[in-house]
Design a protein around this ligand. Structure first.
Ligand code: AMP
Ligand code: GLY
Length: 437
């Protein structure tokens, strides 16, 4: 049973955490909400205070949660999960939403994730694993299909090299093993075949026994229009995804069903969010009909950012009940309703992001139209004034019955945001405009 007046602590400081706190603050069952360390948006929410603690300060977080009488801790980012924050807090007697260190391996080790997919029959690109440069080069010699090199560990989304030639593969291997560009995250590499297709993010709540899918969405990882430039944490996202509407049956039978079986058989201990990055290869039958082949590129063991900024505004049910019931193992009997609407989220970042970030510049925010929301990421309050404090600064999400309107209104919402050096991609959702209902 969920206590009637719950105190919840959300760990993290990004747009994802603001969206989670925004939704939790609407829950009647939440009496007090804390965000550690939070940002300028979380501190302005009803019932909510920021707590000045680093996400890596497990002891400080445990102490605060104990003293404040926190009933549920929700972990946002990947690093503390991989470092075992959940194990630490549980050992202190706290209830935590998020996977333990072993479960978080699904994201923290790409080799672990690939072996998991192989074992459970989840389609993924062919792969090999190497622990040093000479064996990786030998594998490349014998397997000319290798075109993707991935540092095994967490590398801020930068540890993946998609190559065009053997030479580029060799350069990637040298960057990882010789230059040690990703430190220990590059002690091991996954070598993959390169697939071509469109990507879909599909996130699931998971209580260790069952899973429940959230609305599919599509992230825009590259910095510039037309999917050019360096990879970022994500420049914008939208839901639904037209491609998903075409290949839902294939994703359901080839990805979701095997995953469901893993948990029905309790073959993997995991509570939290499983985020599958799916690449859909489209081939054609002899009759010229499209044949869709979904492949899981990676798993994340947490909510996506900015994916959460479109998913939360579409959730009609009580988020507290869902997260709580995941920790109880009662997800299967929990009501989860999603609005049958479209959402589009555009990220406003510093001009020099992702290489650089912005700090201390005044942010001006104006009132937005109905169903248009501003989620803060890199912001903080400085003497009562909202200023920039990061690469991705805020994101604007619009929800609408019509997809095209959601996109238009998200961009209109951008007029409510201003700070020096502000930039954003102008083509978020463009691929889907006209293709979504
Ligand atoms: P990951 O962190 O594994 O999702 O990889 C980051 C990005 O690299 C993905 O979003 C894809 O765009 C790309 N990528 C990863 N693996 C492959 C692959 N096997 N073939 C083509 N692109 C890939
Ligand atoms: N938007 C990608 C991620 O959260 O990993």
């Amino acid at each position: 049973m969920i206590p009637r007046s719950t105190k919840v602590l959300v760990v993290g400081a990004g747009g994802r955490e603001h969206a989670l706190c925004w939704k939790l603050s609407q829950s009647d069952g939440v009496e007090r909400l804390y965000c550690a360390p939070g940002n300028g948006g979380t501190s302005a929410l009803p019932k909510t205070s920021n707590v000045d603690l680093k996400v890596s300060d497990f002891a400080g977080i445990a102490k605060f949660a104990g003293e404040a009488g926190v009933d549920l801790v929700v972990i946002g980012p990947d690093n503390p999960l991989a470092d075992g924050i959940v194990d630490f807090l549980r050992a202190e007697g706290l209830r935590v939403f998020g996977p333990d260190k072993q479960g978080a391996q699904l994201e923290a080790s790409k080799a672990f994730a690939k072996d998991f997919m192989k074992e459970h029959g989840i389609p993924t690109a062919p792969y090999l694993v190497a622990d040093d440069l000479s064996s990786a080069l030998a594998m490349l010699n014998e397997n000319p299909w290798i075109r993707v090199v991935k540092a095994d560990g967490l590398a801020l989304g930068k540890g993946v090299f998609v190559c065009d030639s053997d030479e580029e593969v060799r350069q990637a291997l040298e960057a990882i093993f010789n230059e040690r560009r990703f430190g220990e995250a590059g002690n091991r590499v996954v070598l993959e075949e390169r697939l071509e297709g469109e990507e879909i993010s599909l996130l699931f709540f998971c209580d260790g026994k069952s899973i429940s899918a959230m609305p599919p969405c599509q992230d825009h990882k590259r910095r510039f229009e037309g999917d050019r430039g360096p990879n970022t944490g994500g420049m914008g996202v939208y839901s639904p995804v037209p491609l998903y509407l075409n290949c839902q049956t294939e994703i359901e039978s080839q990805v979701v069903e095997p995953l469901r079986k893993v948990f029905a058989n309790q073959a993997f201990d995991f509570q939290g969010v499983i985020y599958a990055g799916i690449l859909v290869v489209t081939e054609h039958s002899l009759e010229g009909k499209p044949v869709y082949k979904p492949n899981v590129l990676e798993f994340n063991a947490r909510f996506g950012d900015p994916e959460t900024q479109v998913i939360m505004p579409l959730l009609q049910s009580d988020l507290l009940a869902i997260l709580w019931n995941c920790t109880e193992g009662t997800l299967a009997t929990t009501e989860i309703q999603w609005a049958k609407k479209a959402a589009c989220c555009v990220v406003a970042c510093a001009g020099n992001y992702p290489e650089g970030s912005s700090s201390g510049k005044a942010i001006e925010l104006k009132e937005t139209a109905e169903h248009v929301y501003i989620y803060h990421a890199g912001t903080r309050l400085e003497a009562g004034r909202l200023v920039t404090a990061g690469g991705r600064v805020v994101a604007v999400t619009a929800v609408d019955d019509a997809f095209d309107q959601a996109v238009t209104r998200a961009y209109e919402g951008m007029n409510s945001v201003a700070f020096e050096g502000m930039d954003f991609r102008k083509d978020i959702g463009r691929r889907a405009v006209g293709a979504c209902p």
